[in-house]
Write a protein of this length. Structure first.
Length: 144
């Protein structure tokens, strides 16, 4: 949910010159914390962030025509239309919904959208990352 809120806020904000009103991290932060709730964050904060991103995205979609031009500097073809971004976000939401991709990773040890983009998981790096997330969850649980 945190990752999707960040992605929506960037794509429906910066891409169309409509910056999100709050502070935004990158969805590819080095520590991967856009994908999990840190010990300093609460569920209510994350849900509130998602609602704010959702409202911001809705406003962009309502106020701009589907052929409104946007610019995604991190894409190889950066010139886009709002319609393309709507479809892209639907795909992102579908991919991450219920963390189905995490379940798939556990089944076959691979990541990625298409076979040609898949990479083998670095097991040591994955275990280090899981330990970091687990520590954050334990700290959060000890507060409740």
């Amino acid at each position: 949910m945190k990752h999707l809120a960040t992605v929506e806020a960037w794509y429906f904000g910066e891409v169309f010159g409509r910056p999100f009103p709050g502070a935004l991290g990158r969805w590819q932060d080095a520590d991967g914390s856009d994908l999990w709730v840190t010990p300093e964050e609460t569920c209510d904060e994350i849900i509130g962030f998602y609602h704010a991103a959702w409202e911001h995205a809705d406003a962009t979609i309502k106020e701009l025509p589907l052929d409104a031009p946007g610019y995604v500097p991190w894409w190889s073809r950066p010139d886009v239309k709002l319609f393309t971004i709507v479809i892209h976000i639907l795909q992102e939401t579908h991919r991450h919904a219920g963390h189905a991709d995490i379940l798939r990773e556990q089944l076959d040890g691979r990541t990625g959208v298409l076979a040609e983009f898949e990479e083998q998981i670095d097991t040591a790096a994955r275990e280090k990352y899981r330990a970091t997330v687990e520590r954050a969850a334990q700290v959060a649980a000890s507060r409740s």
